[in-house]
Design a protein around this ligand. Structure first.
Ligand code: NDP
Length: 461
């Protein structure tokens, strides 16, 4: 094991995703001798098989709306033909370019990149591809992986990993789950022309989001032709690549060309020596950490999805950066996991920051609700039957904005700005003082004046 000076490195990072790469670069910039190992491609879930390729497919699929909407504005448009391999090829080239950028950033920062799966031999030794390296500190940033429930025929199903690389666009797709990934892929496939069916085990999509936003999202998706079966689970999948059949626990049989399970992800904590090194896991397999990202072993740390705090790239990056500043920069700090904004890139998108109405009522008691649902100006001419929904949740006692929710075009771009205001402690009075930008959808957030009576739910309007 040796002492600090004769160890090979000051820090070895296991996993070159968003959190690991940021931590490695910043630690090296602070003067640490850093290595990072990766068994797959550099960039991790977000760059290789998550946020980035997904968003490129969202952009690609959203052109359908533009072509359809153009007609009402005088364009004599015909829906052009779409070619899936062209989109996938272009997406793959961009991912390869980004992977190169990640590798270069690490090299420029002086970080040693080691190809292969890292495994802890003991708290100060990491083995990669048959070689052992000693280190003072270890950061585990191994991310997560999709889970498929073990129903009969589950081997026929794909996850988001494969959905991003299908050889052909499925004519009919069944999507199991109602979370982030399910909603985003339903939007992509539906807009590209696949007949899209969702099986959601609960009452409604997107558990954890504000109920009004969930209702609006489900309504918009249904208007676009997505079939959503609530309170429904798959019982079995049968068939072969020429065609599958999903049998549900409600007795339906749905024929399709692809079955996508988007039923959650689990932390990658198996087979990397965590038990051997004495690192404690939580129920569910995530690494237990404190707010400083410290594990139960003094020199071992963990950030990102493997800790299952908030499974979002910017959170992993912030955790990794704070770890590096604390351990190697002489500036101890940890991040605040409250008021983390998030977005579901469905069609239309949904975004939120802060508390849902229900959480706010539980935590603060009396809250005031402001809500607006309207036809966006663009669709007065396009004729599209789409509504935008915005909602503010306000603490009645202090006037502070506790949550902002939106379903509609540009929701993620708009909510990002509101997240700053809410982080800064903005009150409803601040929103009221703010002058709108006209004509926009966003101005609605600063012009809502009428409280919604407590008993009136969006569904009832
Ligand atoms: P989520 O946890 O968001 O959703 C999982 C869904 O699957 C839920 O609807 C859940 O239902 C359902 N489910 C779970 N187990 C079963 C089962 N056995 N049978 C049927 N349904 C089941 O996970 P995702 O996989 O969509 O995404 C993982 C995480 O990645 C997200 O939570 C998010 O943090 C992150 N992510 C973020 C994105 C973004 O920022 N835009 C995009 C994609 C992912 P129930 O609600 O009843 O539990």
């Amino acid at each position: 094991m040796g002492t600090m000076a004769d160890r090979d490195f000051d820090l070895i990072v296991i996993g070159a995703g968003s959190g690991g790469v940021r931590a490695a670069r910043i630690s090296a910039r602070h003067g640490a001798r850093v290595a990072i190992c990766e068994e797959s491609r550099f960039g991790g879930t977000c760059v290789i098989r998550g946020c980035v390729p997904k968003k490129l497919l969202v952009y690609g699929s959203a052109f359908r709306d533009a072509f359809e909407d153009a007609v009402g504005f005088g364009w004599n448009a015909h829906l052009p033909e779409f070619d899936w391999p062209t989109l996938i090829g272009a997406k793959d080239r961009e991912i390869t370019r980004l992977e190169g950028v990640y590798r270069k950033l690490l090299a420029d920062a002086g970080v040693t990149a080691i190809e292969g799966r890292g495994r802890l031999v003991d708290a100060h030794t990491v083995e990669v591809a048959g070689r052992r390296y000693t280190t003072d500190k270890v950061l585990v940033a191994t991310g997560g992986w999709p889970v498929i429930p073990p129903i009969p025929g589950h081997e026929h199903a794909i996850t988001s990993n494969e959905a991003l690389d299908l050889p052909a666009l499925p004519r009919r797709v069944v999507i199991v789950g109602g979370g982030f990934i399910a909603v985003e892929f339903a939007g992509i496939f539906n807009s590209l022309g696949s007949e899209t069916t969702m099986l959601v085990r609960g009452e409604q999509l997107l558990r954890g989001f504000d109920d009004d936003a969930r209702i609006e999202m489900a309504r918009e998706m249904a208007t676009r032709g997505i079939t959503i079966h609530a309170r429904t689970q798959p019982a079995a999948v049968s068939g072969d690549p020429r065609g599958y059949c999903v049998r549900t626990d409600q007795g339906q049989e749905i024929d399709c060309d692809a079955v996508l399970f988007a039923t959650g992800r689990q932390p990658n904590t198996r087979g990397i020596g965590l038990e051997e090194a004495g690192v404690k896991l939580r129920a569910g397999g995530a690494i237990a950490v404190d707010q400083w990202s410290r594990t139960s072993v003094a020199n071992i740390f963990a950030v990102g999805d493997v800790t299952d705090r908030i499974a979002l790239t910017p959170v992993a990056i912030a955790e990794g950066h704070a770890f590096a500043d604390t351990e190697f920069g002489g500036r101890p700090r940890h991040i605040d996991h409250r008021n983390v904004p998030s977005a579901v890139f469905g069609q239309p998108p949904l975004a939120m920051v802060g508390l849902t109405e229900m959480q706010a009522r539980e935590k603060h008691g009396a809250v005031d609700i402001y809500r607006s649902r309207f036809r966006p100006m663009k669709h007065t001419l396009s004729g599209r039957e789409e509504r935008t929904m915005m909602k503010l949740v306000v603490d009645a006692a202090t006037d502070r904005i506790l949550g902002a929710h939106m379903v509609g075009a540009d929701a993620p771009e708009i909510i990002q700005g509101l997240a700053i205001a809410i982080t800064a402690g903005a009150t409803k009075a601040h929103f009221d003082q703010t002058i709108g930008i006209h004509p926009t959808a966003a101005e609605e957030f600063v012009t809502m004046r009428e409280k919604v009576p407590a008993a009136v739910k969006l569904a009832a309007e």
